[in-house]
Write a protein that binds this ligand. Structure first.
Ligand code: KG4
Ligand code: ZN
Length: 335
């Protein structure tokens, strides 16, 4: 029987609903980005949860309309059940469970990180095992994806996530938020060796990351100089080069740590949008004779499609969750 899953994502500040089928077709995607947090300089969990509650029903209707389907055409319901801001996760999970209960549909409790991990199987039809570099404002890890529900954590950040480093450095440089795109643009006009910056953990064993030292080094460099446009460009280019060196070194180690050779390197998360970093990481993958793939940017950042697709992947394997399953603020994909 064909599988069509309605997926709900509410773990941070995007409320998103999508319909995806097991033919790898995205039937619809309705997304509302919350803007009320801007005044606070970060996501306020209570505001996020209330906003999810307000927009969810409308987005479910919109997703069904866009796909020209009714709830009777849906064969399963999936929702992010963690990790994330728990108030928002509860809103999405309860909404999805209620839909599943009312329509007697199977429910899939989705790990948000697994949803990011599996997206490249929807967009690029990647087989297992593949190496996953998950890099965003909140995530920073390297995993070996061996199968649905089967992940080996090879390394993660011991302090800031890489997107967080871009954002904090951009703030120091007066480039605004989100910092990643601004730094990438500024770096094009800068000299990557102009500002000496550390390469935290470079050359060390393992695949862990550390980025807080880079942010501090940028702050110190800025304290000694006036922020001329040329200097900002040089800082941006130097930071991007340092981050690139760290990512490449860690990915090299990840390839060496894999017992089974991966068929691809997949980059997911908002930082995957960075073309300069992608080019550098691709070079490492090429040395191991595998492609470097990333889903389109709109599916790399938080979205509903990835949750619906993870639902397809799990439900077609018969992995159905009970309606009394818990939501989890912390939920590591692998130990
Ligand atoms: O996945 P995402 O939308 O949200 C989460 O953080 O979960 O990722 C956003 C992060 C931000 O830190 C942003 O600065 C970073 O991704 N980012 C980039 C670029 N575009 C977005 N970082 C580097 N270069 C970019 N072009
Ligand atoms: Zn995410």
């Amino acid at each position: 029987m064909a599988i069509t899953v309605l997926g709900i994502e509410t773990s941070c500040d995007e409320t998103a609903v999508a319909l995806v089928n097991d033919k790898r077709q995205i039937l619809s995607h309705a997304l509302a980005s919350q803007t009320a947090h801007r005044a606070y300089g970060g996501v306020v969990p209570e505001i996020a949860a209330r906003a999810h509650l307000q927009s969810l029903e409308g987005l479910v209707r919109q997703a069904l309309e866009e796909a020209r389907l009714t709830l009777d055409d849906v064969t399963g319901v999936a929702a992010t059940c963690g990790p994330g801001l728990i108030g928002g996760v509860m809103v999405g999970a309860m909404f999805a469970k209620a839909l599943a209960a009312a329509k007697h549909l199977p429910f899939a409790a989705i790990n948000h990180l697994e949803a990011h991990a599996l997206t490249a199987r929807l967009t690029n039809d990647v087989a297992f095992p593949f190496l996953l570099l998950l890099v965003s404002g909140g995530h920073c890890q390297i995993l070996l994806a061996k199968g649905v529900g089967e992940y080996q954590l090879l390394g993660s950040t011991i302090d800031d996530a890489v997107g967080e480093c871009f954002d904090k450095a951009a703030k120091i440089l007066g480039l605004g938020y989100p910092g990643g795109p601004a730094i990438e643009a500024a770096a094009k006009a800068g000299n990557p060796s102009a500002v000496p910056l550390p390469r935290p953990l470079l050359g060390r064993a393992g695949c862990d990351f550390s980025f807080s030292g880079l942010k501090t080094a940028i702050r110190q460099a800025v304290e000694q100089r006036s922020l001329t446009p040329a200097f900002v460009h040089d800082c941006a280019a130097s930071l991007q080069a340092a981050i690139g060196d760290c990512l490449c070194d860690r990915i090299q180690n990840a390839f060496d740590m894999c017992e089974i050779p991966p068929v691809a390197l997949v980059i997911a998360g908002g930082v995957a949008a960075n073309q300069a970093l992608k080019a550098r990481v691709t070079a490492v993958a090429s040395q191991h004779a595998v492609p470097c793939l990333s889903p389109p940017v709109e599916l790399c950042t938080d979205n509903g499609v990835m949750v619906a697709w993870a639902g397809v992947e799990r439900l077609r394997l018969g992995l159905v969750d009970d309606l009394d399953c818990h939501v989890r603020p912390r939920w590591p994909l692998a130990g």
